[in-house]
Design a binder for this molecule. Structure first.
Ligand code: HEC
Length: 134
């Protein structure tokens, strides 16, 4: 008799374990997956306010004495610069460094003056404005 009792308990325990296992499986498979949509703006996207600021900074600094939007003077026309470089985060960074350091060789032998005292954040806005000119 004792054996049967043990056996029934065992079977019952197994059954219980089994059914609770089955339950967890059901729970897992019916669990809702919520998709979180990220609304981070695309890399090259710049707000209209930033572009306006960039435009004003070009006039405040010495940039317009060597550059015009659509004609080459000493430096290349900004529209030509925009044609050469797509408006991407990498190009914003690259051209910001170039404006700060100055240099020549990309558009000819005439060098651009260095701008070490202009804050990089300001230079970046100017570059963003330049690359928006299409
Ligand atoms: C003294 C004249 C001069 C001034 C001032 C000047 N630039 Fe330039 N800029 C140049 C020349 C020349 C080049 C072409 C350099 C080259 O061929 O590498 C150039 C090139 C550039 C380019 C393209 C760089 C490249 O590697 O393709 C950008 C962007 C630019 N200038 C932005 C500016 C901004 C912004 C300012 C003001 C903060 C400024 N420049 C002031 C003469 C000038």
């Amino acid at each position: 008799m004792k054996k049967i009792a043990i056996l029934t308990t065992l079977v019952f325990a197994m059954f219980a374990a089994n059914s609770s296992f089955a339950q967890t499986v059901v729970k897992k498979t019916t669990k809702k997956t919520t998709v979180v949509k990220k609304t981070t703006p695309a890399a090259g996207k710049v707000s209209a306010a930033t572009l306006e600021e960039g435009k004003q900074l070009l006039a405040k600094n010495d940039c317009l004495s060597c550059h015009k939007e659509d004609v080459k003077i000493v430096g290349p026309a900004y529209k030509d610069v925009a044609k050469k470089y797509p408006a991407t985060a990498v190009n914003y960074e690259k051209l910001t460094q170039k404006v700060i350091a100055g240099g020549s060789g990309v558009w000819g032998d005439v060098p651009m003056a260095a701008h070490p005292s202009v804050p990089p954040a300001d230079v970046k806005k100017m570059v963003q404005y330049i690359l928006s000119l299409k």
